[in-house]
Design a protein around this ligand. Structure first.
Ligand SMILES: [Zn+2]
Ligand SMILES: [Zn+2]
Length: 232
């Protein structure tokens, strides 16, 4: 874990080389300064979901990715920020458990891909679409539609940081042994949308600790979709 002073703030920067295999746990939540964005990872709920909070340090505008559980913890972490978006990586209940309270308090619009939107139990405020750019303060997030774990699964890319939901984790794709998921499709998404990114792109998944594109590409856990056995 590197530590760098930026103005009066002390920003913790994970040392990527040291943070894998064996994992060293980062303090949670921690803050990362990368491309002028402050990043907090909150581990919440009983499925160890990650809720990420990105904030532009200049304007204090924020986006919340996956308000999964423990709304008080999430709301505490966005104090002093103006939440411009609540973004949902996909419509599984463990990723949206605190949505109602967090939306009620922040009044921020909720975005999800339309193919997963019915999970919300209400109308989404806007639909996430592949290639769409979302801006808050000086920060831009690009939406990548990465179906496979669910039909409306998306990742969010900010510079060399990817928030991958349940599409990709250290050592493999997300679970596809569940309804509406497809093993070949998740491999197709990973090969088409994630592996072309620079090797040093950090992947922050929906559960657990981070990895990088290069590290995952170097493993054998991602056969090409046409070579993959169909899984049940
Ligand atoms: Zn999921
Ligand atoms: Zn999940």
């Amino acid at each position: 874990m590197g530590c760098r002073g930026v103005g009066k703030q002390k920003i913790l920067i994970p040392d990527v080389k040291k943070s894998f295999f064996p994992y060293t746990l980062h303090p949670t939540p921690y803050t990362l300064l990368e491309l002028m964005v402050e990043l907090k990872r909150l581990e919440v709920g009983s499925f160890e979901n990650n809720c990420y909070i990105l904030t532009c340090p200049r304007t204090r505008e924020s986006a919340i990715i996956d308000p999964a559980a423990e709304p008080e913890k999430i709301l505490r972490a966005v104090q002093g920020a103006r939440v411009k978006y609540i973004l949902i990586t996909h419509g599984h209940l463990d990723h949206i458990g605190a949505l109602e309270e967090v939306q009620g308090e922040t009044k921020a619009p909720v975005g999800i891909h339309e193919q997963d939107a019915r999970a919300l139990g209400r109308k989404a405020d806007f639909s996430l679409q592949d290639g769409q750019i979302l801006t808050f303060g000086d920060v831009s997030l690009k939406v990548l539609h990465t179906p496979g774990h669910s039909p409306g699964g998306v990742c969010f890319l900010a510079g060399k940081i990817l928030f991958s939901g349940d599409t990709i984790f250290p050592n493999g794709p997300g679970n596809t042994a569940i309804p509406r998921s497809d093993y070949r499709e998740i491999l197709r998404s990973i090969h088409a949308k994630i592996f072309p990114l620079p090797d040093d792109t950090i992947i922050y998944p929906g559960h657990g600790l981070e990895t990088t594109v290069g590290r995952e590409k170097a493993t054998s856990f991602y056969p090409l979709p046409q070579e993959a056995e169909r899984r049940p």
